[in-house]
Design a protein around this ligand. Structure first.
Ligand code: NAD
Length: 262
Protein backbone atom coordinates (compact mmCIF):
# COMPACT_ATOMS: atom_id res chain seq x y z
CA UNK A 1 0.00 0.00 0.00
CA UNK A 2 1.03 3.64 -0.29
CA UNK A 3 2.14 5.57 2.76
CA UNK A 4 -0.45 6.87 5.19
CA UNK A 5 -0.01 10.41 6.55
CA UNK A 6 -1.67 12.16 9.49
CA UNK A 7 -1.54 15.94 9.18
CA UNK A 8 -2.44 17.90 12.31
CA UNK A 9 -3.43 21.52 11.73
CA UNK A 10 -5.56 21.73 8.59
CA UNK A 11 -8.63 23.94 8.82
CA UNK A 12 -8.86 25.77 5.50
CA UNK A 13 -7.14 25.82 2.12
CA UNK A 14 -4.78 28.75 2.81
CA UNK A 15 -2.26 27.31 5.24
CA UNK A 16 0.82 25.13 5.12
CA UNK A 17 -1.02 22.03 6.42
CA UNK A 18 -3.33 22.02 3.43
CA UNK A 19 -0.45 22.47 0.98
CA UNK A 20 1.44 19.59 2.63
CA UNK A 21 -1.66 17.39 2.36
CA UNK A 22 -1.85 18.15 -1.37
CA UNK A 23 1.83 17.44 -2.00
CA UNK A 24 1.72 14.18 -0.05
CA UNK A 25 -1.48 13.12 -1.86
CA UNK A 26 0.07 13.96 -5.23
CA UNK A 27 2.99 11.69 -4.27
CA UNK A 28 0.54 8.85 -3.59
CA UNK A 29 0.01 9.03 0.17
CA UNK A 30 -3.31 8.37 1.88
CA UNK A 31 -4.36 11.48 3.82
CA UNK A 32 -5.84 11.72 7.32
CA UNK A 33 -6.17 15.15 8.89
CA UNK A 34 -6.57 16.49 12.41
CA UNK A 35 -8.60 19.68 12.57
CA UNK A 36 -8.92 21.92 15.63
CA UNK A 37 -12.22 21.05 17.34
CA UNK A 38 -13.93 24.46 17.16
CA UNK A 39 -13.28 24.78 13.41
CA UNK A 40 -14.05 21.23 12.26
CA UNK A 41 -17.44 21.95 10.72
CA UNK A 42 -16.28 24.93 8.69
CA UNK A 43 -13.59 22.76 7.18
CA UNK A 44 -15.67 19.70 6.38
CA UNK A 45 -17.43 21.52 3.54
CA UNK A 46 -14.22 21.49 1.51
CA UNK A 47 -14.00 17.71 1.33
CA UNK A 48 -12.29 17.20 -1.98
CA UNK A 49 -9.79 19.10 -4.04
CA UNK A 50 -8.18 18.79 -7.42
CA UNK A 51 -4.50 17.73 -7.62
CA UNK A 52 -2.02 18.95 -10.25
CA UNK A 53 -2.68 15.86 -12.44
CA UNK A 54 -6.40 16.67 -12.54
CA UNK A 55 -7.47 13.91 -10.14
CA UNK A 56 -9.30 14.71 -6.93
CA UNK A 57 -7.53 14.60 -3.59
CA UNK A 58 -9.44 12.43 -1.21
CA UNK A 59 -9.16 12.91 2.54
CA UNK A 60 -9.84 9.49 4.01
CA UNK A 61 -10.87 10.83 7.39
CA UNK A 62 -11.03 14.09 9.35
CA UNK A 63 -10.44 13.83 13.10
CA UNK A 64 -11.44 16.69 15.38
CA UNK A 65 -8.52 17.34 17.76
CA UNK A 66 -7.11 19.79 20.26
CA UNK A 67 -3.35 19.56 20.61
CA UNK A 68 -3.17 21.08 24.08
CA UNK A 69 -5.02 18.26 25.86
CA UNK A 70 -3.57 14.76 26.17
CA UNK A 71 -6.63 13.03 27.63
CA UNK A 72 -10.12 13.88 28.92
CA UNK A 73 -8.81 14.38 32.49
CA UNK A 74 -6.83 17.40 31.22
CA UNK A 75 -9.89 19.18 29.81
CA UNK A 76 -11.30 21.96 32.03
CA UNK A 77 -15.05 22.00 32.70
CA UNK A 78 -15.71 25.24 30.77
CA UNK A 79 -14.26 23.71 27.60
CA UNK A 80 -16.13 20.43 28.09
CA UNK A 81 -19.33 22.46 28.38
CA UNK A 82 -18.53 24.70 25.39
CA UNK A 83 -20.98 23.93 22.58
CA UNK A 84 -18.26 23.97 19.95
CA UNK A 85 -16.49 21.14 21.81
CA UNK A 86 -19.35 19.12 23.29
CA UNK A 87 -20.62 18.27 19.80
CA UNK A 88 -17.43 16.31 19.02
CA UNK A 89 -16.02 13.16 20.63
CA UNK A 90 -12.55 11.75 21.37
CA UNK A 91 -10.56 14.84 20.38
CA UNK A 92 -7.71 14.81 22.93
CA UNK A 93 -4.31 13.80 21.59
CA UNK A 94 -4.31 10.31 23.11
CA UNK A 95 -7.88 9.64 22.01
CA UNK A 96 -7.13 10.72 18.45
CA UNK A 97 -4.06 8.46 18.39
CA UNK A 98 -6.19 5.57 19.66
CA UNK A 99 -8.93 6.26 17.09
CA UNK A 100 -6.41 6.32 14.25
CA UNK A 101 -4.94 3.06 15.51
CA UNK A 102 -8.38 1.47 15.66
CA UNK A 103 -9.36 2.75 12.22
CA UNK A 104 -6.11 2.13 10.34
CA UNK A 105 -3.61 0.26 12.54
CA UNK A 106 -0.68 2.60 11.92
CA UNK A 107 0.57 5.69 10.09
CA UNK A 108 3.85 6.27 8.24
CA UNK A 109 4.08 10.07 8.27
CA UNK A 110 3.16 12.56 11.01
CA UNK A 111 2.98 16.28 10.23
CA UNK A 112 2.57 18.96 12.92
CA UNK A 113 1.36 22.12 11.21
CA UNK A 114 -0.30 24.00 14.00
CA UNK A 115 0.44 26.84 16.34
CA UNK A 116 -1.48 29.03 18.71
CA UNK A 117 -0.11 31.95 20.67
CA UNK A 118 -3.06 33.63 22.41
CA UNK A 119 -0.86 36.67 23.16
CA UNK A 120 1.14 36.66 19.92
CA UNK A 121 0.51 40.37 19.37
CA UNK A 122 2.04 41.28 22.78
CA UNK A 123 5.79 41.70 23.21
CA UNK A 124 7.48 38.91 25.21
CA UNK A 125 8.14 41.39 28.03
CA UNK A 126 4.39 41.85 28.48
CA UNK A 127 3.36 38.24 27.96
CA UNK A 128 1.58 36.55 30.86
CA UNK A 129 2.70 33.19 32.23
CA UNK A 130 -0.52 31.61 30.96
CA UNK A 131 -0.11 33.08 27.48
CA UNK A 132 3.50 31.92 27.32
CA UNK A 133 2.70 28.38 28.46
CA UNK A 134 -0.26 28.17 26.07
CA UNK A 135 2.00 29.11 23.15
CA UNK A 136 4.48 26.37 24.08
CA UNK A 137 1.78 23.81 24.69
CA UNK A 138 0.13 24.13 21.27
CA UNK A 139 3.15 24.97 19.19
CA UNK A 140 5.82 22.32 19.87
CA UNK A 141 5.65 18.81 18.31
CA UNK A 142 7.06 16.26 15.80
CA UNK A 143 7.87 14.47 13.39
CA UNK A 144 7.80 16.96 10.51
CA UNK A 145 6.79 20.32 11.91
CA UNK A 146 6.74 23.94 10.82
CA UNK A 147 8.99 26.44 12.52
CA UNK A 148 9.91 30.08 12.00
CA UNK A 149 13.20 31.97 12.11
CA UNK A 150 11.98 34.01 15.10
CA UNK A 151 13.36 31.03 17.10
CA UNK A 152 16.94 32.11 16.44
CA UNK A 153 16.83 35.78 15.32
CA UNK A 154 14.88 38.72 16.66
CA UNK A 155 11.58 39.22 14.79
CA UNK A 156 9.82 42.13 16.52
CA UNK A 157 6.06 41.52 16.62
CA UNK A 158 6.26 37.70 16.86
CA UNK A 159 5.33 37.82 20.53
CA UNK A 160 3.43 36.04 23.24
CA UNK A 161 6.14 33.41 23.67
CA UNK A 162 5.79 32.18 20.07
CA UNK A 163 9.51 32.80 19.47
CA UNK A 164 10.23 30.70 22.57
CA UNK A 165 7.82 27.99 21.37
CA UNK A 166 9.65 27.77 18.03
CA UNK A 167 13.01 27.52 19.83
CA UNK A 168 11.63 24.66 21.91
CA UNK A 169 10.29 23.05 18.74
CA UNK A 170 13.70 23.15 17.05
CA UNK A 171 15.48 21.82 20.13
CA UNK A 172 12.90 19.05 20.50
CA UNK A 173 13.40 18.18 16.82
CA UNK A 174 17.06 17.40 17.54
CA UNK A 175 16.54 15.47 20.77
CA UNK A 176 13.55 13.53 19.41
CA UNK A 177 15.52 12.73 16.26
CA UNK A 178 18.08 11.03 18.48
CA UNK A 179 15.61 9.23 20.73
CA UNK A 180 13.10 8.19 18.05
CA UNK A 181 15.91 7.36 15.64
CA UNK A 182 17.64 5.03 18.07
CA UNK A 183 14.46 3.48 19.40
CA UNK A 184 12.20 3.26 16.32
CA UNK A 185 14.31 4.29 13.33
CA UNK A 186 11.98 7.30 12.91
CA UNK A 187 13.27 10.57 11.38
CA UNK A 188 12.30 13.92 12.90
CA UNK A 189 12.75 17.21 11.02
CA UNK A 190 11.33 20.71 10.97
CA UNK A 191 10.80 23.14 8.10
CA UNK A 192 11.63 26.77 8.82
CA UNK A 193 9.16 28.39 6.46
CA UNK A 194 9.10 31.93 5.11
CA UNK A 195 6.04 34.15 5.50
CA UNK A 196 2.67 33.01 4.10
CA UNK A 197 -0.68 34.82 4.32
CA UNK A 198 -2.45 32.03 6.27
CA UNK A 199 -5.29 32.49 8.72
CA UNK A 200 -2.87 32.06 11.66
CA UNK A 201 -0.38 34.55 10.21
CA UNK A 202 -3.04 37.18 9.55
CA UNK A 203 -3.87 37.03 13.27
CA UNK A 204 -0.30 38.13 14.08
CA UNK A 205 -0.88 41.33 12.16
CA UNK A 206 2.42 41.98 10.38
CA UNK A 207 2.33 39.31 7.68
CA UNK A 208 2.11 41.68 4.69
CA UNK A 209 5.14 43.58 5.96
CA UNK A 210 7.09 40.31 6.33
CA UNK A 211 6.20 39.24 2.80
CA UNK A 212 7.30 42.64 1.44
CA UNK A 213 10.49 42.46 3.52
CA UNK A 214 11.26 39.01 2.12
CA UNK A 215 10.74 39.96 -1.50
CA UNK A 216 12.90 43.06 -1.01
CA UNK A 217 15.75 41.26 0.80
CA UNK A 218 15.79 37.50 0.09
CA UNK A 219 18.12 36.00 -2.52
CA UNK A 220 15.06 34.76 -4.47
CA UNK A 221 12.69 37.67 -5.10
CA UNK A 222 9.39 35.84 -5.52
CA UNK A 223 6.52 35.38 -3.13
CA UNK A 224 6.80 32.05 -1.31
CA UNK A 225 3.93 29.69 -2.17
CA UNK A 226 2.50 27.17 0.29
CA UNK A 227 3.07 24.54 -2.37
CA UNK A 228 6.85 25.02 -2.14
CA UNK A 229 6.69 24.15 1.56
CA UNK A 230 4.33 21.24 0.80
CA UNK A 231 6.79 19.83 -1.71
CA UNK A 232 9.70 20.12 0.75
CA UNK A 233 7.61 18.25 3.32
CA UNK A 234 6.84 15.51 0.78
CA UNK A 235 10.58 15.23 0.06
CA UNK A 236 11.45 15.05 3.77
CA UNK A 237 8.79 12.37 4.33
CA UNK A 238 10.04 10.31 1.38
CA UNK A 239 12.89 7.78 1.11
CA UNK A 240 14.82 10.43 -0.86
CA UNK A 241 15.52 12.03 2.54
CA UNK A 242 16.46 8.77 4.27
CA UNK A 243 19.62 10.20 5.84
CA UNK A 244 18.10 13.53 6.94
CA UNK A 245 17.02 13.75 10.56
CA UNK A 246 17.27 16.29 13.37
CA UNK A 247 17.42 19.03 10.74
CA UNK A 248 15.96 22.51 10.45
CA UNK A 249 15.35 22.85 6.70
CA UNK A 250 14.84 26.42 5.47
CA UNK A 251 12.16 26.89 2.83
CA UNK A 252 12.18 30.67 2.73
CA UNK A 253 13.61 31.86 -0.60
CA UNK A 254 16.97 31.98 1.23
CA UNK A 255 16.10 34.89 3.52
CA UNK A 256 17.77 33.15 6.51
CA UNK A 257 21.16 33.45 4.83
CA UNK A 258 21.12 37.27 4.70
CA UNK A 259 23.03 39.23 7.31
CA UNK A 260 21.67 42.68 6.44
CA UNK A 261 18.73 44.08 4.52
CA UNK A 262 19.49 45.47 1.06
P1 NAD B 1 -3.00 27.85 9.54
O1 NAD B 1 -3.99 28.77 10.13
O2 NAD B 1 -3.30 27.23 8.24
O3 NAD B 1 -2.65 26.65 10.53
C1 NAD B 1 -2.66 26.72 11.93
C2 NAD B 1 -3.61 25.64 12.40
O4 NAD B 1 -3.47 25.39 13.81
C3 NAD B 1 -5.06 26.01 12.18
O5 NAD B 1 -5.67 25.00 11.38
C4 NAD B 1 -5.65 25.99 13.59
O6 NAD B 1 -6.99 25.56 13.58
C5 NAD B 1 -4.73 24.99 14.27
N1 NAD B 1 -4.70 25.01 15.74
C6 NAD B 1 -4.47 26.06 16.55
N2 NAD B 1 -4.52 25.65 17.84
C7 NAD B 1 -4.77 24.33 17.82
C8 NAD B 1 -4.94 23.34 18.83
N3 NAD B 1 -4.86 23.64 20.12
N4 NAD B 1 -5.20 22.07 18.45
C9 NAD B 1 -5.28 21.74 17.14
N5 NAD B 1 -5.13 22.62 16.15
C10 NAD B 1 -4.88 23.90 16.48
O7 NAD B 1 -1.63 28.69 9.50
P2 NAD B 1 -0.14 28.34 9.02
O8 NAD B 1 0.54 29.66 9.02
O9 NAD B 1 -0.14 27.53 7.80
O10 NAD B 1 0.45 27.50 10.24
C11 NAD B 1 0.95 26.19 10.15
C12 NAD B 1 2.34 26.12 10.80
O11 NAD B 1 3.26 26.88 10.02
C13 NAD B 1 2.40 26.71 12.22
O12 NAD B 1 3.24 25.91 13.03
C14 NAD B 1 3.05 28.07 11.97
O13 NAD B 1 3.70 28.58 13.13
C15 NAD B 1 4.03 27.68 10.89
N6 NAD B 1 4.64 28.82 10.15
C16 NAD B 1 3.85 29.73 9.50
C17 NAD B 1 4.44 30.78 8.81
C18 NAD B 1 3.59 31.80 8.08
O14 NAD B 1 4.09 32.86 7.69
N7 NAD B 1 2.32 31.53 7.85
C19 NAD B 1 5.85 30.91 8.76
C20 NAD B 1 6.62 29.95 9.41
C21 NAD B 1 6.02 28.91 10.11
Amino acid sequence: RGKRAFIAGVADDNGYGWAIAKSLAAAGAEILVGTWVPVTLAYLNLGLLRLPDGSLMEITKVYPMDAVFDNPDDVPEDIKANKRYSGSLNWTVQEVAESVKQDFGSIDILIHSLANGPEVSKPLLETSRNGYLAALSASSGASISLTYIASERIIPGYGGGMSSAKSALESDTRVLAFEAGRKHNIRVNTISAGPLRSRAAKAIGFIDMMIDYSSANAPLQKELSAEEVGNAAAFLASPLASAITGAVVYVDNGLNAMGVGV
